[in-house]
Design a binder for this molecule. Structure first.
Ligand SMILES: Cc1ncc(COP(=O)(O)O)c(C=O)c1O
Length: 386
């Protein structure tokens, strides 16, 4: 079946879950058991913290999307990343984290993992798989990957890294949010854990938080499941319902985000104020060959390096936008813009850019309206420079 068809039908079991097209929202903490022996039977649903029918319907659908045998759900994308790390790491372990990882991932490594005796080393996203494997020591338990990288959009050779890590017995985790589980299939390339902030494209409407970890590794699935109970994470059935609804239209929305995004990216490349556009689907981008080989499409998120100008000019640009919202997160139907320089200071390896860095999320609006908005921004930027 086509991916589009599978996303419409997976995890929907009207015969079992009631006869509506969508699953009922099963709310509940206490679950009533039929007899005393069932109270302590781990094979049954004994408590609503996990296993209610609505989250399970979402887990089944995501397992199909990711080609996974197991999916765990978390209250946010960040909780999925940190939850997976807490599940597999122990004191004395070392984790290698790509320097272009989502910034709160690094904050967790530095502020939390460090306190529990886990060491983090950051590596350059541009390292070859061989050079990256050269950093692995007998303590390295996990390599954290992200492609394209947050804000700077570097691509990594995931299949080669996963193969080499598997050969050394090192686990791998990828933040696969840009690909929304659809455009790139990490598990098919040997990655141990594929993490998504469902908050972005799966939800698709900027109104709900959730994260997922998908795996085909039974031992890792057991660790992830145990950690859910040990730490006490849970997702609400209402939120699982919202995510499942978003998932049904993911394969229809994403190509439109990609098309709009590439149209705006190409238009920006021609602007005199722009030094460079960071988008792996653009020919000429450093990551283009890997993107073309491994990904089946793009989303609407990319970076733009401006020619050198003051912070005042950057703020004038952003403050004059009317259609682009200024805000964090992405993946909703609406366009967003953000200046990134305040976030780049945390990196271990200095980022070599010609000028200020902006990030755009291109929504589902009409292209000409978005261009008109950006034109207004550039006029304000130039006026602030003068
Ligand atoms: C690449 C990436 N991963 C993870 C997250 C975290 O998702 P959430 O906001 O659901 O915690 C974000 C949020 O912006 C993100 O950009």
């Amino acid at each position: 079946m086509d991916e589009e068809t599978r996303l419409i039908h997976t995890g929907s079991e009207p015969a079992r879950l009631g006869r509506t097209v969508n699953p009922p929202i099963q709310r509940g903490s206490t679950v009533l058991l039929p007899d005393a022996a069932s109270l302590y039977d781990d094979d049954q649903l004994t408590y609503g913290i996990t296993g209610l029918s609505t989250p399970v319907a979402l887990q089944n659908a995501l397992a199909e999307l990711e080609g996974a045998t197991n999916v765990t759900l978390y209250p946010s994308g960040l909780a999925a990343i940190t939850g997976a790390m807490l599940a597999v790491l122990k004191a004395g372990d070392e984790v290698l984290v790509v320097d272009s990882a989502y910034k709160p991932t690094r904050r967790f490594c530095d502020r939390v993992l460090g306190r529990f005796g886990v060491t983090t080393r950051y590596y350059d996203p541009k390292l070859s798989p061989e050079a990256l494997m050269g950093l692995v020591t007998s303590s390295t338990r996990l390599i954290v990957l992200e492609a394209p990288g947050s804000l700077t959009f570097e691509m990594q050779d995931i299949p080669a890294i996963a193969a080499a890590a598997n050969a050394r017995g090192v686990l791998t985790l990828i933040d696969n949010t840009w690909a929304a589980g659809l455009l790139f299939k990490p598990l098919a390339h040997g990655v141990t854990m594929s993490v998504q902030a469902l908050t972005k494209y799966v939800g698709g409407h900027s109104d709900c938080f959730m994260g997922s970890v998908a795996t085909c590794d039974d031992a890792v699935a057991k660790l992830l499941g145990d950690a859910m109970w040990d730490i006490g994470w849970s997702v609400s059935s209402d939120d699982a319902y919202t995510m499942l609804r978003g998932l049904r239209t993911l394969a229809t929305r994403l190509p439109r985000h990609a098309e709009n995004g590439l149209a705006i990216a190409r238009w920006l490349q021609e602007r005199p104020e722009v030094a460079r556009v960071l988008h792996p689907a653009l020919p000429g981008d450093a990551g283009h060959a890997i993107w073309k080989r491994d990904f089946t499409g793009a989303c609407g998120l990319f970076g733009v390096v401006l020619k050198p100008c003051s912070q005042k000019a950057v703020h004038a640009f952003l403050d004059s936008l009317k259609l682009f919202g200024l805000g964090f997160s992405w993946g909703g139907y609406e366009s967003l813009a953000l200046n990134c320089d305040p976030q780049l200071g945390a990196r271990s390896i200095p980022v070599d850019l010609e000028g200020p860095l902006l990030r755009f999320h291109i929504g589902l609006e009409g292209i000409e309206d978005l261009k008109a908005d950006l034109r207004r921004g550039f006029e304000a930027l130039n006026a602030a420079k003068a």
